[in-house]
Design a protein. Structure first.
Length: 471
């Protein structure tokens, strides 16, 4: 129990204040409530509090913007921010004033009470960093519950250099998360360099990342500075990290462990100071089991995982995203439009397998094709057609049925089932692709999206003759 410890609650919503007060008083806290900034300051002048909870939008001003004098007078007071304005902007502003915790509304009451207990125990030990100048051009849009966890994770990595691994389907906005971490973090004055591992030929990726010396290989007519050196002092975003060949993975791991790189063909170790944010739409753990991704590199990258939800799990954000993209389209020369509720409702029923990227392209197409200033449901129907829901993968359809039949009809080998099942899948897959390429392993590896050496090893393990497949 926390008998005698006083908590200041700054909240103008009586129902929310009642619930929070009851929960805290049950834990033994004494709770004073203010409904405004003026009331807050009056109570702070009269009492010493173990922690303060504050809403952002109050009747007489901004609960965060007005905290400078509070911080000056009470530098050790833990502050917990509550807000219905649950955007990344609010989460970042809470971080900038060194809030002990940030809770978007609606919040989990048990989590809130737990945070207050922690704040009360640590009261008097918090320090206040200088609040950096805020960049209003935040790249992420959405206030859904699904995005709140993303925002909270972003704010936790802004003041440190922990490596971040962003996970999510294609088109969910993984690069935007990396940009937000850079723009809002302590490295924002440094460069932000992005490299897509899937877009670089495998034989050139090491040169792209680490640079090369003149004459290092055929065509290297001059020295080249790689992405690591270009990003020195800033952030390096490694997109589609799951597509990186094993040889490059080894060199990347060495660079992360040593904090230094060596250009291809070079002898000198070059110290680097970069923050690494990696991203992938692949499930890396099965790739590790299949020998296509280094386990030690995975653990080096997966220090702070941030998983972006697909758009179908955050449909509440579609109206905000649509209006954001309409404004963006107008700034890029397309006609300025608004959109009515009927059109938004129709857009919200689409499956959006391409996620936010697909939605953006659809909105730009609507902005181009719409004849009226207001985009309505009929316009959406004529330009985009009927809503298309994402087709769920059924355990009773297609390939899943075949695999289920195989599992039911075979004695399952304990301890090796995963590898046995993978082998059953790989054999017909490899044989089919090799037959299509006439036994050409380079082309087959390209079609499969795996490294040629990995393909060669798996063919050996499975005793598959590529020449026989090409007959």
């Amino acid at each position: 129990m926390h008998v005698g410890q006083k908590i200041l609650l700054v909240e103008d919503d009586a129902s929310i204040a009642t619930v929070i007060t009851a929960a805290l008083e049950e834990e033994g806290f004494a709770v004073d409530r203010a409904e405004s900034i003026v009331g807050r300051d009056r109570l702070l002048a009269q009492h010493r509090y173990a922690a303060m909870l504050t809403d952002v939008v109050l009747e007489d001003g901004d609960g965060i913007a007005s905290l400078d004098p509070v911080r000056a007078e009470n530098p050790d007071l833990p502050i917990i921010v509550l807000s219905a304005q649950n955007t990344l902007d609010t989460a970042v502003r809470a971080t900038e004033i060194a809030a002990f915790e940030y809770f978007p509304k609606p919040f989990d009451l048990d989590e809130l009470v737990h945070a207050v207990k922690q704040a009360a125990r640590q009261s008097g030990v918090l320090s206040t960093p200088d609040a950096g100048e805020h960049d209003g051009g935040l790249p992420l849009v959405g206030r859904s519950q699904a995005m709140q966890g993303v925002y909270r994770m972003i704010t936790r990595v802004l003041r440190n250099d922990l490596t971040v691994l962003v996970l999510g389907e294609s088109g969910t906005g993984k690069e935007l998360v990396a940009e937000a971490i850079h723009q809002l973090g302590h490295r924002k004055s440094g460069p932000f360099i992005a490299v897509n591992a899937a877009a670089i030929p495998h034989e050139l990726i090491e040169s792209e990342l680490f640079g090369h010396e003149k004459g290092a290989f055929t065509g290297a007519v001059s020295q080249a500075i790689g992405k690591f050196e270009q990003a020195n002092g800033g952030t390096l975003f490694l997109d589609e990290i799951g597509d990186m060949p094993l040889e490059a993975q080894t060199r990347l791991l060495r660079a992360l462990q040593s904090g230094a790189i060596r250009r291809v063909g070079g002898r000198q170790e070059i110290a680097i100071d970069v923050r690494i944010v990696a991203a992938t739409n692949r499930d890396l753990e099965p790739m590790i089991a299949a020998g296509r991704f280094r386990e030690d590199l995975y653990y080096r990258l997966n220090v702070v995982p941030i998983t972006l939800p697909p758009l179908r799990e955050r449909r509440d954000d579609i109206p905000a995203l649509v209006n954001h993209f309409l404004t963006q389209a107008a700034s890029e020369g397309l006609a300025r439009h608004t959109i009515d509720d009927g059109a938004l409702a129709r857009l919200s029923r689409f499956g959006w397998p391409g996620n936010v990227r697909e939605l953006k392209n659809a909105v730009y197409r609507l902005a181009l094709m719409a004849r009226n200033d207001v985009i309505d449901g009929e316009t959406v129907l004529s330009v985009l057609g009927e809503p298309r829901e994402a087709t769920p993968v059924s355990a009773e359809s297609g390939f899943a049925t075949v695999l289920s039949d195989w599992l039911r009809s075979n004695e399952l080998p304990s301890g090796t089932l995963y590898h046995a099942a993978v082998a059953e899948i790989e054999r017909p897959l490899f044989e089919h692709v090799l037959s299509q390429t006439g036994g050409n392993q380079v082309q087959a590896a390209k079609i499969l999206g795996i490294n040629r050496n990995t393909l060669r090893k798996r063919l050996t393990d499975l005793a598959i003759d590529p020449d026989a497949c090409g007959d």
